[in-house]
Every structure is written in C-alpha cells, then in structure tokens.
Design a protein around this ligand. Structure first.
Ligand code: PMP
Length: 354
C-alpha cells in the first residue's frame, strides 16, 4: 500500500453553501428567509428565568417538552413527532434513515440545493426531475421506479406551491417509497399535507421553527409521520448522537409553539407585506412567481439579476442569487418588514433607472 495515502480514504464531498451571514449590523438582510419579527414573547421569559445550573445536566434526549407541545398543536401523538436541530438536521437524518435503496431518489431539478448534497454525502443515487413551465411539479413524472422522493412545498427558491391533490397523487402511487414533503415555508400560504399522514404510512412531513416562528438562530426542526417512520428515525439518531438538542432550545421551542395568537399575527403581517411587495415589483417591471412563501423569486427588467444583486450589496442590501442555469435571471428576496421593503424598492428604482 502507498505510504501517506490516507487521502484516498477520505469521504470527499462538495458542501452546501449557506446564504451569507454578514457580521455587521447596518444591513438589510433579505437573503436567508429569516423572519423580521422577534420570537413569541414567552421565549424571552424562558431565557430570563433559565437556571444556568441546569447546564450541568445532559438535555432530555427525547426533547419531550417540545415534542409534546408540537403534538398538541397539530393534534398528533408525541410518538409521531421527531425533533431535530433545524429541519436540515431532520432532513439529513431522514435521508440516512429512509433512502437506503440502490434505486435513485427523485426530486425536482430546481429545489432546495441541500438535497443533492445529502444524497452525495450518504452515497444515495438520485435523479433530478425537470419542473414543468411556471416551475410546476407534474405528478406523473414521479410514477417511475425510485428509492424515495423529496419535495419542498412550497418549493424553494421559487415559492411555487403544489396543491394537495398533486402531493397526494405522488404519495399514493409510491407506496413502496418514503415520500418526504419539506414544508419549511408552508405557514405562509401553502396547503399542508399533514392530514394525509393518517392514511399514508410512507409520508413524512418536515417543518421548521426558523421561518414562521422566528427562531432560525435556535435551530429547531421537526418531522411528523406514522409512529413507524418516527421510530426508525429515532433509531438512527440514537445511533449517532442522542443529545442533539440542548435544554434551553427545547424549552424555548415549547414556549413558541404554544403562542398561536402571536404566530398568526406575525405570519399575517409577512403575507400582507409579500402581497404589497409583489405589486411594487410588478410596477418596477419585475416578473415573478406567485410565491406562497416568505420570499419572492423575481426576475428584474432592463438589467441582469447578477448586476442588480451586486448593486444591492453595494448599498448593504443582501438578497440571494444563484449563477445556475434557468434561475440565473432571478433574485430570491426574503420578505422583511414594510420599512425594509420600502428601502429595497427605493434602491431598485435607483439601480434600474441609473
Ligand atoms: N428546507 C428548505 C426548503 C429550506 O429553504 C430551508 C432553509 N435553508 C431548510 C429546509 C432548512 O431550514 P432550517 O434548518 O433552518 O430548519
């Protein structure tokens, strides 16, 4: 054997590139779909009252306070909930748990760009299914041999939401595969397929506290599904790291999910701002999808998306841009506060007419 050939044994991967987190404060940050409003007021109380002495102890490995609160909110049993450190963690565990076949898993060609990265790191074969015009999913494209399916609904980065019938069709014709529906953005106007989990044992619904519950920095995601699916995920999680979610996060998450009124108020505000922003973008000549998420996927008139992205950045306004086929003429703009959006529109007017 070659000397010093340890590198041939390295698991080499091309990592996911997360959106930029600028480390200065005077920016308008519309690039990672964070919520512009603070978390529910009771989260503050948990932080104020937290006894640091509890840090001596390991956290509850089952995150019981959190899974109980989520189960209550969604009318499920706690044994139907899996909690993880952001939905990225939940999805990574789900990929590792359910996608062990030699057959390729399927997902759209334009979607959350972490799916192919997880597939690569776990050596899962995959096939990307081209979206139809208007970035829509055609359920008939998923009637083919596969080792699993993952669909973001509403989709990222397009914001396009598939109706429940489309999702049900895909789940129904694939009883031999686990179908993961990533509902990171569903609270902003999509239709959740959660009611289907009673009928389809192979359906896993994944959601997050990062967007509609304003807690991206805390890292909380969760999956809902049949007890069987959740048990399999827990078996994998407990084979890697039992104590993934810290005590404080579990308590804060439980407090957040209990405040339905605050949740509805902030989500409604974002939806209102999104719809108002679509009107302003249309006036400026942008074309865009009818996003049901907390972002708008929009293509600028007159100037290239790359140019507009760069010019916005010079003005300390961060949006997201991918230099990839098909989507390279679009910007993904997170919906911020009304004030932030007004500053964005002022800058866009200046850039497009400058
Ligand atoms: N799914 C989709 C479609 C996303 O856009 C994101 C956000 N990057 C995630 C999952 C992960 O979010 P988090 O880990 O913050 O829950």
């Amino acid at each position: 054997m070659n000397k010093n050939n340890w590198e041939s044994c390295v698991r080499k991967v091309v990592p996911y590139v997360p959106g930029e987190q600028p480390q200065f404060s005077d920016v308008i940050k519309l690039n990672t779909n964070e919520n512009p409003y603070p978390p529910a007021p009771d989260v503050r109380k948990i932080l104020d009252d937290f006894d640091c002495g509890r840090m001596r102890l390991y956290p509850d490995p089952d995150s019981t306070v959190l899974t109980d609160a989520i189960a209550k909110r969604y009318g499920l049993k706690s044994s139907q909930i899996f909690a993880g450190v952001g939905s990225d963690d939940v999805l990574a565990v789900a990929f590792m748990t359910f996608f062990g076949s030699d057959r390729p898993i399927l997902f759209p060609d334009i979607t959350y760009s972490f799916y192919d990265v997880w597939a690569d790191v776990y050596r899962i074969p995959y096939r990307q299914i081209p979206l139809k015009s208007g970035f829509n999913i055609a359920p008939e494209d998923y009637v083919t041999e596969n080792g699993g399916i993952v669909i973001a609904n509403p989709n990222a980065p397009t914001g396009v939401a598939a109706p429940l019938e489309v999702i049900e069709n895909i789940v129904k014709v694939n009883p031999d595969s686990v179908v993961i529906i990533d509902e990171a953005y569903v609270d902003f106007g999509g239709e959740s397929c959660l009611p289907l989990i009673e009928r389809y044992e192979n359906l896993l619904v994944v959601q997050t506290f990062s967007k509609s519950r304003s807690m991206a920095g805390m890292r909380i995601g969760f999956a809902m599904g049949s007890e069987k699916l959740i048990k399999y995920m827990n078996d994998v999680k407990f084979s890697i790291n039992s104590y993934t979610m810290n005590t404080l996060t579990q308590l804060c998450g439980a407090a957040a999910v209990k405040d339905e009124k605050y949740f509805n108020e902030t989500v409604s505000k974002i939806i209102e701002t999104r719809e108002r922003s679509k009107k302003r973008l249309a006036e400026l000549g942008f074309t865009f999808t009818d996003s049901k998420a907390n972002f708008i996927f929009a293509s600028p008139p007159k100037k290239s998306a790359q140019y507009v992205f760069d010019e916005l950045k010079k003005r300390r306004i961060f949006v997201r841009y991918w230099n990839k086929p098909v989507i390279c003429e679009y910007l993904r703009i997170t919906v911020g506060t009304d004030e932030e959006m007004d500053k964005l529109f002022e800058a866009l007017e200046d850039i497009l007419n400058g």
